[in-house]
Design a protein around this ligand. Sequence first.
Ligand SMILES: [Ca+2]
Length: 133
Amino acid sequence: MPYLNVGDTELVAVKAEKPWNDSGIDVALHEGYDIIVPTGEKWTDWHTECDADGYSSTQLLRIWERFRRAPTENWFKLIATVERCADPAIAVGSRLVGFSPEFAGRLYFFANDLRWMYWNNSGILNVRVTRTK
Ligand SMILES: [Ca+2]
């Protein structure tokens, strides 16, 4: 660490309440990664429990969608970024295979939410990051 060798897997605990979860892993251009959340891992947005794929809006939430940190992705979907830059936001969900970084840097994770609404988040996803090339 902080670099993974090809074939290495690192388990990263991603807390829903943290707007930036530092994975401790540095990635580089032309590398490949599989990011997988084991079945059964859950986290909670206030009273809504869901998995890494998140949940869709209720009528009440719909007007807030465009203010999410990744506006077109589900609430509480697992999102990755390289460095603390959510543009582009990398939609991971429960499974992203063959992710290839567009630039080098530290890998971060977060639950997709409104920037000011992390205070009512709870739970931790254990995310498996495997370097494949
Ligand atoms: Ca929230």
